[in-house]
Design a protein around this ligand. Structure first.
Ligand code: UD1
Length: 426
């Protein structure tokens, strides 16, 4: 497994371009299975999760090429709607294929994606949403088979505004007969991006970005070319890294309006932020101020995907901060690792109490999941001395060669890959 070695204590400085959004690209790739023909998607980041998704699409008979940031798909040869269990288990986002494959083939077989490092992550809202559209669902152990000769529009209320369930239901409803309304829908920007993509192919969807989405079913879609939005979580990660290292960075290709809650939090911590169109400038010369309470909640509130990164900043702040996690029950795994670096954080149920220290120290730590890993990288950049972050494959799921991106901002960060067994070392 790869490791990142970081020589900390150097403020980040410079300009970088932000990658396309993983969480927008994944459902858009899945939604491409609704149409027959060639689809081109731009600004698709080179990530492990994207590789897994493209691997599944190829397995189902789709032609898929990822050249730099562009994915070219040809869905003409798509012949199967059975996602092999081994591939399904590699990535939870394979669940996104359920709605599109069901709509296109009238049946789909998937396997429970199972729990993961950050929590239980159920799929009941995905299943009940598809059932409301007329799908019959048979569960046999971890195998789930879904049938529907023709999906029919319905009024669906989500008990919780799940991002994935909202997207899955939208995708299934596009080719359904009649009108579908999703109430208490998730409002994340990636859902708006999916709406724009589907509408460009001829779908009739309105309301994404609000809590009520209406989908008027159409007979057929037409292939298109599309560019995904910039990644707000990668943007936020670099903003926090700049603040934690007391650096000064300029980020190009951002969507500042998608980061209102983070910008508000960082300003409260004393970080200087200037926004100009799609450019964000971040500067921090002083020690951050503590923040009494940050609560993660569905968009537009503070995102769970930035909780661990901001915790690193607060671990260095002057005073005591509190962060409450309300989305995933297992999302404080970075706390023990940060403690190895000298952080003073106590977790009580879903809240973390963070007593800021004046300095973190380099240590060997382990990335337990994607965003926890990103937080440890930030901690390593801000810490005094050398930090080794292990299990980097988690970070590679969401950050396109993180060491290169941060290296462009002057970070001293190097990736080490294990020497393969059959290599003769002279
Ligand atoms: C998406 C994002 C992920 C982000 C999360 C919350 C992608 C690929 N991933 O994940 O990065 O952290 O939104 O912003 O877009 N739930 C149920 N039943 C369901 C579905 C969800 O109980 O059927 C629960 C989950 O267990 C969790 C909460 O709802 O506690 C939020 O999950 P959800 O919004 O569905 O997140 P994802 O779509 O999995």
């Amino acid at each position: 497994m790869d490791k990142l070695v970081i020589e900390g204590g150097k403020p980040l400085s410079g300009t970088i371009v932000i990658q396309g959004a993983k969480n927008a690209a994944l459902p858009i790739l899945a939604a491409s299975m609704l149409v027959e023909g060639e689809v081109t998607i731009d600004q698709v980041p080179r990530l492990l999760d994207i590789d897994v998704m493209l691997g599944i699409l190829r397995e189902l008979g789709c032609r898929a090429e990822h050249d730099d940031q562009t994915v070219r798909l040809d869905t003409t040869g798509l012949h199967s709607s059975h996602i092999p269990e081994a591939l399904m288990r590699q990535m939870r986002s394979s669940i996104f294929l359920m709605g599109p494959l069901l709509a296109r083939f009238g049946e789909v077989t998937i396997y429970q994606p199972g729990g993961c490092a950050i929590g239980e992550r159920k799929i009941d809202l995905h299943l009940s949403g598809l059932q409301a559209l007329g799908a019959e669902i048979e569960e046999d152990g971890s195998r789930i088979v879904c049938y529907a000769k023709k999906l029919k529009g319905a009024e669906i209320h989500l008990d919780f505004p799940s991002v994935g369930a909202t997207e899955n239901i939208m995708m299934a409803a596009v080719l359904a007969e009649g009108l579908t309304t999703i109430s208490n829908a998730a409002r994340e920007p990636e859902i708006q991006d999916l709406q724009h993509f589907l509408n460009r192919m001829g779908a009739k969807i309105i309301g994404a970005g609000t809590d009520t989405i209406t989908v008027e079913g159409v007979e057929k879609l037409t292939p298109c070319a599309y560019q995904v939005i910039p990644d707000r979580i990668v943007t936020g990660t670099v903003m926090v890294a700049a603040a934690a290292t007391r650096g000064e960075v300029t980020l190009l290709n951002t969507c500042p309006s998608h980061l209102t809650s983070l910008i508000h939090v960082l300003r409260r911590a004393g970080v200087q932020i200037a926004v100009d169109g799609d450019i964000i400038k971040v500067g921090a010369a002083l020690r951050p101020k503590a923040i009494d309470r940050i609560v993660t909640s569905p968009y537009p509130a503070f995102p769970t995907d930035l909780q661990s990164q901001v915790m690193v900043l607060l671990a260095l702040a002057d005073g005591v901060s509190v962060m409450k996690e309300t989305i995933f029950e297992g999302r404080f795994k970075h706390v023990d690792e940060l403690a190895r670096m000298g952080a003073d954080i106590r977790v009580d149920l879903s809240s973390a109490f963070i007593r800021g220290v004046s300095r973190l120290y380099g240590a060997t730590v382990e990335a337990t999941d994607l965003r926890a890993g990103a937080a440890l990288v930030i901690a390593g950049l801000a810490a005094q001395g050398k930090t080794v972050v292990e299990q980097v494959h988690h970070i590679d799921r969401g950050y396109d060669r993180i060491e290169q991106m941060l290296g462009r901002l002057g970070a001293r960060i190097t990736r080490f890959s294990p020497v393969p067994n059959n290599t003769v070392v002279p």
